[in-house]
Design a protein around this ligand. Structure first.
Ligand code: PPS
Length: 287
């Protein structure tokens, strides 16, 4: 398949045609949010699956049933994925937990009217690049990454699924009505998962005992979450994701880019970052 066949271009953003269809995108555009919905908004490979584990555990008060019985894509569905239409989200009780990889400015009209709670997870783009490089090599619905230097150019130019990391992050940071958005980074989750769980619970107005939060954090450690069949994509057919090439829960670490990028590539990345992020005031933990 050619690159053009792999991708659909939706409002300037590349989407893999096999999982995003015009019908699914229409469903997304017409979706009716509720003000008590909880949305996980991420650029791909930034900690989505992790949050799809943490948030349901917080909302269930630590009961593991939701994360042990439903796959992550069903318990916190991506609204734009074609399959989402079949989940009868209209019938789900509040508060619903939903996910999106879209930019803030590509959200449906009802999102801006209802202002649901959003948890926006960001990750050092060099680690996002590294995670993506391995993922593109194992997921059959994505264009093979080819040589790393080539993929790096595509990544920096936003010629990858869900477009530019820079535009994505800036769109959410520049959102209006920021009081309904919690910004958190993958690096903060790694640094102190217990504290992150407590902060997320507070944002979601869920009062939990310290002991419960500790159990949630323990469950969501990389080594433990990796064992959850409902979150590690082990039920996904190999033709779709070949985890013998690279596991979905691959390394779960901060700074793996140092093992991936050459010195010249890292310098090129930093220069692009500096230029594209020059107007951003937000203090990222990785800066
Ligand atoms: S996707 O495809 O967009 O849904 O991917 P996403 O879930 O956003 O990101 C996948 C990366 O997150 C890592 N991950 C974790 N790291 C630490 N702890 C936990 N519990 C955890 N769960 C998922 C996963 O391993 C991917 O990162 P890499 O660097 O590839 O390991």
């Amino acid at each position: 398949m050619t690159e053009a066949e792999f991708y659909t271009v939706y409002k300037g953003v590349y989407l893999p045609s096999r999982i995003y269809s015009p019908r699914g995108l229409k469903y997304f555009e017409e979706f009716s949010f509720r003000s008590d919905d909880i949305i996980i908004a991420t650029y791909p490979k930034s900690g989505t699956t992790w949050m799809q584990e943490i948030v349901p555990l917080i909302m269930s008060g630590g009961d593991p049933a939701p994360v042990e019985t439903l796959p992550n894509w069903q318990r916190v569905p991506w609204l734009e994925v074609d399959q989402c239409r079949t989940f009868k989200l209209e019938q789900r009780p509040s508060p619903r937990m939903l996910a999106t990889h879209f930019y803030y400015n590509l959200m449906p009209p009802s999102f801006y009217e209802t202002k649901p709670k959003v948890i926006n997870v960001m990750r050092n783009p060099k680690d996002v690049f590294t995670s993506s490089f391995h993922f593109y090599g194992m997921a059959s619905f994505l264009v093979n990454p080819g040589p790393q230097s080539e993929f790096l150019h595509k990544f920096l130019d936003g010629k990858v699924m869900f477009g530019s990391w820079f535009d994505h992050v800036k769109s959410w940071l520049n959102a209006e009505d920021k009081e309904h958005i919690m910004y958190i980074s993958y690096e903060e989750l790694i640094m102190d998962l217990k504290d992150s769980v407590a902060r997320i619970a507070q944002f979601l107005e869920k009062r939990l005992d310290a002991e419960v939060m500790e159990k949630i954090a323990e469950r969501c450690l990389f080594k433990n979450m990796k064992l959850n069949r409902m979150s590690n994509y082990s039920t996904t057919p190999r033709e779709f994701m070949d985890q013998t090439k690279s596991e979905f829960l691959r390394k779960g670490d901060v700074g793996d880019w140092k093992n991936q990028l050459t010195v010249a590539e890292a310098e090129h990345f930093d220069a692009a970052y500096k230029d594209k992020m020059k107007d951003v005031k937000y203090k990222f933990v990785w800066d």
